[in-house]
Design a protein around this ligand. Structure first.
Ligand code: COA
Length: 701
């Protein structure tokens, strides 16, 4: 099978438009027009069954009639003709095709789409689409789309699953002065998918940031692994819509009902260094910072001519966890010369509305030159006395004078009318991010901090478990032989023990005598629990007794549990009673593992009781995760301060909790037979933590 290379979609030396038309308004006409008028320099071959010439270019009946090579073909004929023209492309040696035509898997015609993929594979063609509005790559002046023509060249690549949205977005980027390197409509993603494109743009020197609009992801794991690599080099921002709860509905267990949700997408993106934006505006606000350098250390400075806007930016910094420089002596010495006596050098540096362009620019320059200042937020309120355009032009000149551009991240905000808009346009056209609101400027700087923090993270250090697979599969097989998918408590605990996890002592007893013996060995106080596959909610029927202090209490408790179980479930298959070590009080945690329809094994964490059940205060990650990821996951839930100790309680062992979460995530990834696991509760103590109860469900075969 010949190798495919998607570069021919972006830098083809020749291009055929199959279905090019003389008729204005037809898609085949508009695409050819865009290709010609946007200034593509390679050879252009219009293909049309009946025309001899289209828009002054010689037309051909088929690609097979063209003498020269064809690198790329845009197919814009009705769906029923696409298989035959694609086959001709294969025979001609066309390297990449963009299939505009609709009428394939999006309307249920999966087989027809498969035929296209098979032909493309057989001939080593990169197939983009079908069902797309085209592809644009500004460095080669290629606009093979029926979207707007005038795309501003820049360094942001845009990948969109929605054609119409993508096309509309181009016009909007022009208004906003956002420069694009590429716009790719991916449509049905039959062959070329988001992962291929991320990979391509990660190597493309003309692209610094990638914005993706997606409704769903095919092969979620592959996508995340690619994104994880790519976002170390380039900024990736994703707008993900179409929140799927399908997986959640399919899953029966507690954990399962929370998985498959949008939270998993957010977590997966975070793990891979992707920034998830909830609006278009935010996505492009963030994408603008793709060419800014990483902040060196902490200590940002806000430079402003207005007190109020300075306060708004300070609040926004607090929200984004951007630390402001608070060396007041240094700030006073540095900035006092550029402000009147009533100005403030306390950060925000308020040089007041009286400041001249000269004052403002000098203060800005001083901040740029300071080694102590790691990032700069420049705010400006429009006044009659201040020429914002002159200021912007001075800033641009200054940036150009710097060897290799700026080494310090800086964002601008201009509040006001047309003068402010003009000042922003000047900066944005020069790839210096400027925003109309202080919060947007700070929020975008916050995005830079997040992304750059990810680029500096070390490779994951996942602690592996020494898993006794033979033992685990003997338990699994026994359950299967008995026709069970649900493992019993002691079986689930045996499995975790076979992975080397440390569990409180437990022993299954089938008689009072056995229970007494077990209790002696474990040591009082103990907990008794009924064991039966037919009794799920043990506590509800009085199947659990805690705090048993001696043999007498044990005998009574044993009898009572048996009596109640038989009364509530006369037909239940009772396996015995589990004698457990009693664990001291701590913070109760739930850790769940389940199979996400998009990403495979995922791990969930939350504080027990109402925090998970009512408030749904949970965090997800795609398994496996390392301890650092687990710590980050713990910080994700709102109720995490309870672990740090409240109302005089001591801080709990968060380190040990993170280690356990990481180990459980590794386990769930390694044993795919177990599709669901609920560790509930896991008790976090001041020192260490204990897995008190665990349930596992096997995959249906
Ligand atoms: N080889 C060469 N030319 C061919 C051909 C073939 N095998 N079959 C048809 N043509 C020519 C036609 O003669 C016509 O040219 P003409 O205008 O000179 O007659 C041209 O190709 C287009 O064919 P036509 O039958 O007129 O189709 P159309 O232009 O009405 O529609 C599509 C074609 C692809 C645009 C349409 O089928 C479609 O899929 N539209 C949806 C596109 C879309 O929305 N995509 C997703 C965006 S997000």
């Amino acid at each position: 099978m010949p190798n495919r290379n998607i570069k021919h979609l972006f830098i083809p030396e020749s291009i055929a438009i199959i279905g090019a038309s003389c008729e204005k308004g037809k898609i085949g006409h508009e695409i050819l027009k865009n290709v010609i008028e946007y200034g593509y320099k390679g050879k252009i071959y219009p293909i049309n069954i009946k025309e001899k010439e289209i828009m002054g270019l010689k037309a051909y009946k088929s690609v097979l009639d063209v003498r020269g090579d064809i690198d790329m073909a845009v197919i814009v004929v009705p769906a029923k003709f696409v298989p035959s023209v694609l086959l001709e492309c294969g025979k001609k040696g066309v390297k990449a095709v963009a299939i505009i035509s609709s009428g394939f898997s999006e309307i249920g015609n999966k087989n027809e789409e498969e035929v296209l993929v098979n032909t493309a594979k057989a001939y080593g063609i990169s197939l983009l689409g079908p069902n797309i509005f085209g592809v644009i790559y500004t460095p080669t002046r290629l606009n093979a789309s029926f979207g707007p023509r005038d795309v501003i060249p820049g360094d942001i690549a845009c990948i969109t699953q929605s054609g119409a949205l993508g096309a509309a977005l181009i016009g909007w980027t022009v208004l906003e002065n956002i420069g694009l390197s590429a716009v790719v409509s991916v449509g049905n993603k039959a062959d070329v998918d988001d992962s291929d494109l991320l990979e391509y743009f990660s190597r493309d020197k003309n692209t610094k940031g990638i914005v993706v609009y997606m409704e769903g992801v095919k092969e979620g794991r592959k996508f995340l692994q690619t994104a994880e690599r790519v976002s170390k080099k380039k900024l990736i921002v994703i707008i993900k819509s179409g929140r799927s709860e399908k997986g959640a509905k399919a899953a029966a267990s507690h954990t399962g009902s929370l998985a498959g949700s949008d939270k998993v997408f957010s977590a997966a993106f975070k793990q891979s260094g992707i920034l998830r934006a909830d609006t278009m505006e935010k996505a492009f606000d963030w994408a603008r910072i793709c060419s800014l350098p990483a902040p060196e250390g902490e200590g940002a400075v806000i430079l402003t001519n207005g007190g109020g806007v300075g306060v708004l930016a300070t609040d926004a910094c607090d929200k984004e966890r951007i630390k402001l420089l608070d060396d007041h002596k240094y700030l006073e010495e540095t900035f006092r010369p550029y402000m009147p006596v009533f100005g403030s050098a306390r950060n925000p540096i308020d040089i007041t509305g009286q400041a001249t362009v000269e004052d403002y620019f000098n203060a800005f320059k001083k901040a740029m030159e300071s080694d102590k200042i790691s990032a700069l937020i420049v705010l400006n309120c429009e006044t009659a006395a201040f020429d914002t355009v002159e200021f912007s032009e001075k800033v641009i000149k200054y940036f150009h004078s710097l060897p290799g551009w700026s080494k310090k991240p800086v964002v601008f905000n201009f509040i006001g009318g047309i003068k402010s808009k003009n000042a922003m346009d000047i900066l944005n056209k020069n790839k210096i991010p400027a925003y109309p609101q202080p919060e947007r400027a700070v929020n975008s700087l916050g995005a830079l901090y997040k992304w750059r923090k990810y680029t500096k993270t070390e490779k994951k250090q996942i602690k592996k478990l020494d898993i006794d697979k033979e033992k685990i599969y003997s338990i699994i097989n026994k359950a299967r032989e008995e026709g069970r998918l649900q493992l019993l408590e002691h079986e689930s605990k045996d499995i975790l023990k076979a992975c080397g996890l440390d569990l409180p002592k437990y022993k299954l007893a089938t008689t009072i005598e056995e229970a007494l013996k077990a209790a002696e060995k474990i040591g009082y106080p103990i907990v008794l629990k009924i064991v039966s596959e037919d009794i799920i909610h043990k506590s509800d029927i009085g199947g659990v007794k805690v705090g048993i202090k001696n043999a007498k209490e044990l005998k009574n408790a044993y009898k009572e549990i048996m009596y109640r179980a038989k009364k509530s479930y006369p037909k239940a298959n009772i396996r015995g009673i589990l004698v457990n070590e009693m664990v001291e009080k701590g913070v109760e945690i739930i850790v769940g593992c389940s199979e996400d329809p998009q990403f495979g094994p995922v791990i969930m964490f939350g504080l027990g009781g109402i925090y998970v059940e009512v408030l749904k205060d949970v965090a997800f990650r795609v398994a496996p995760i390392d301890k650092e990821d687990a710590l980050d996951m713990i910080d994700d839930i709102k109720s995490y301060p309870l672990l740090y100790g409240v109302r005089g309680e001591k801080r709990k062992d968060i380190n040990s909790l993170a280690e356990n979460i990481s180990l459980l995530s590794y386990f769930s990834h390694e044993i795919p037979e177990i599709v669901e696991m609920d560790v509930n509760p896991l008790i976090v103590l001041e020192e260490g933590c204990k897995i008190v109860d665990v349930r596992m469900t096997l995959k249906e075969v």
